[in-house]
Ligand binder design. Structure first.
Ligand code: SF4
Length: 233
């Protein structure tokens, strides 16, 4: 896949795996919206899903509805199990993630990892918006890999060799809807209590779990050895 451009990779992925292929979009990063736009042009029925942790920014919900209006596309919204969230909050409090890395990972596991794996059970492959220059942890991202930690699905990363500028150029050229918080200093919008704006020159993902060290931040979905980690989406 390495020499192929993003559109070609998506065309191959859709041809081979649709409808057992879906785009994993956070609706909090422009990369996912670029991929959504590309996939929609190739196959209007291409699937896209988002994990609604119950702690998302209102701006992210707003973008989900704007995408529905713009593309006429039913975004698949995946929620955590209510009973598990109720138990976690009852045991550890609403904002347990600030107490320790373990508590944060526990919250991510209940609100993200479990729903993701439940959703993945009906897929053979998925598409992610990872880019190599987002941070040090992602420098070796291949354009195609097997996601051993999430059920052995094939994972396509068509934008692996794109820069942030190239992503934003595509957004401008194709008038792709993006999260309104990007204009307020959020390069990456996660859960409301766990993401904040970054200063110019800071790592794109430095606003996520900003109270933790960089080495602790990467996510369960993208690092199979970190089964309890927060997801990058
Ligand atoms: S990002 Fe924060 S609120 Fe969201 S699931 Fe992880 S710890 Fe919980």
């Amino acid at each position: 896949m390495e020499p192929l451009n993003a559109e070609k990779i998506l065309t191959i992925a859709i041809k081979k795996y649709h409808p057992r292929l879906a785009l994993a979009a956070s609706f909090g990063a422009p990369e996912g919206m670029v991929l959504l736009d590309m996939m929609h042009r190739i196959e209007p029925g291409a699937r896209v899903f988002v994990l609604d942790t119950g702690r998302l920014h209102p701006a992210t919900h707003d973008l989900i509805d704007r995408v529905r209006d713009r593309y006429g596309k039913a975004v698949e919204v995946v929620f955590p199990r209510a009973a598990e969230v109720e138990y976690m909050v009852g045991e550890h409090g609403m904002n347990l993630f600030y107490k320790s890395v373990e508590s944060r990972k526990h919250c991510c596991r209940i609100r993200k990892v479990e729903p993701l794996r439940r959703y993945f059970a009906d897929l053979d492959a998925y598409v992610s918006g990872l880019r190599r220059d987002q941070n040090l942890n992602r420098q070796s991202t291949p354009k195609l890999e097997m996601d051993v930690g999430n059920g052995g699905l094939l994972k396509f990363n068509p934008l692996a060799d794109w820069s942030r500028d190239r992503v934003m150029d595509y957004v401008g050229e194709h008038r792709v809807p993006v999260n309104s918080l990007h204009a307020k200093g959020f390069p990456s919008v996660g859960c409301e209590p766990c993401s904040r704006a970054v200063r110019p020159g800071e790592d794109e993902r430095s606003g996520r779990w900003w109270w933790e060290s960089e080495s602790q931040k990467e996510c369960g979905i993208h690092t199979p050895d970190d089964q309890e980690g927060g997801l990058g989406i």
